[in-house]
Design a protein around this ligand. Structure first.
Ligand code: HXC
Length: 258
């Protein structure tokens, strides 16, 4: 499908979705958010795709929600349309792993979209921030909630109250990103991670996502029970037999998602 504000290509079982509004540093307008949601839905439904990578340009992953578009909106506009709820629900429903590959600015809604992904690989030039306070609003897609879970209250308050940007090194130290690589290597690194995931059983990958995401919602004892039960359920799969047999026979596992 042809899109106006994003590019999508599938390479070796990985859907690479690239935000593409260079004139506005990939600001998230309604068209882009609808197209991103559609692309995620399509990638999740495509049997050839086993993992998704979301990226922007070298200068900007996304510099936030489109301020020009938002500036004219009233309370009734944003409340009645439940502005930005749909994209959050879409990320929540995607069962395939999604990696954010972030270079340059990931601000406001840009930082929040990156946090909706399953993990973030950053280039050395990445800058994360929740500067909505400078616009007389606050974060609205997870900047006060997900960021706090990632980096803790103190740093989240600092970011949300001062609007300052956090560089890649600080973001890695704080646990917001999983790896930092030179900008030129970002896509290769993210695609490499995605290929590794694509080699696994998709059943295990989906189960990992469910289990890790439950850890954000459940008390520890309930989360441990959930994890154990999912682990037990994996013994009903052919991929568990194959994975363990392959180890014992000292060969590569051939997973069949069964
Ligand atoms: C619309 C934007 C934009 C945005 C940049 N642009 N960010 N347009 N919405 N969020 C546009 C600029 O207007 C400009 O267009 C072009 O992109 C290049 O930006 P410059 O400012 O000229 O670039 P630079 O000087 O390099 O500064 C980069 C920047 C700055 C530091 C990222 O653009 C900036 O502060 N942007 C806003 C960041 C922000 O506040 N994000 C949060 C948005 S609110 P022209 O046409 O002039 O060339 C948000 C709320 C989410 O995300 C809540 C969800 C519910």
């Amino acid at each position: 499908m042809a899109y106006e504000t994003i590019n999508v290509e599938v390479q070796d079982h990985v859907s690479l979705i690239k935000l593409n509004r260079p004139d506005a540093l990939n600001a998230l307008n309604s068209v882009l958010l609808q197209e991103l949601s559609k692309a995620l839905e399509e990638a999740d439904a495509n049997d050839k795709v086993r993992c998704i990578v979301l990226t922007g340009s070298e200068k900007a992953f996304a510099a936030g929600a489109d301020i020009k578009e938002m500036s004219e909106m009233s309370f009734v506009d944003v409340f009645s349309t439940n502005l930005f709820a749909e994209i959050n629900d879409r990320f929540d429903s995607v069962r395939k792993p999604v990696i954010a590959a972030v270079s340059g600015y990931a601000l406001g809604g840009g930082c929040e979209i990156a946090m909706m992904c399953d993990f973030i690989i950053a280039s050395e030039t990445a800058k994360f921030g929740q500067p909505e306070i400078n616009l007389g609003v606050i974060a609205g897609m997870g900047g006060s909630q997900r960021l706090t879970r990632f980096v803790g209250k103190s740093k989240s308050m600092d970011m949300n109250l001062t609007g300052r940007f956090m560089g890649a090194e600080e973001a890695e130290r704080a646990g917001l990103v999983s790896r930092v690589v030179p900008a030129k290597k970002l896509i290769d690194e993210a695609m490499g991670a995605a290929q590794k995931i694509a080699e696994k059983s998709s059943l295990s990958a989906a189960a990992v996502k469910e289990a890790v995401n439950r850890s954000y919602e459940l008390p520890l004892s309930e989360g441990m029970l959930f994890e154990r039960r999912v682990f037990h359920s994996m013994f009903a799969t052919e991929d568990q037999k194959e994975g363990m047999a392959a180890f014992l026979e000292k060969r590569e596992a051939q997973f069949r998602d069964k």
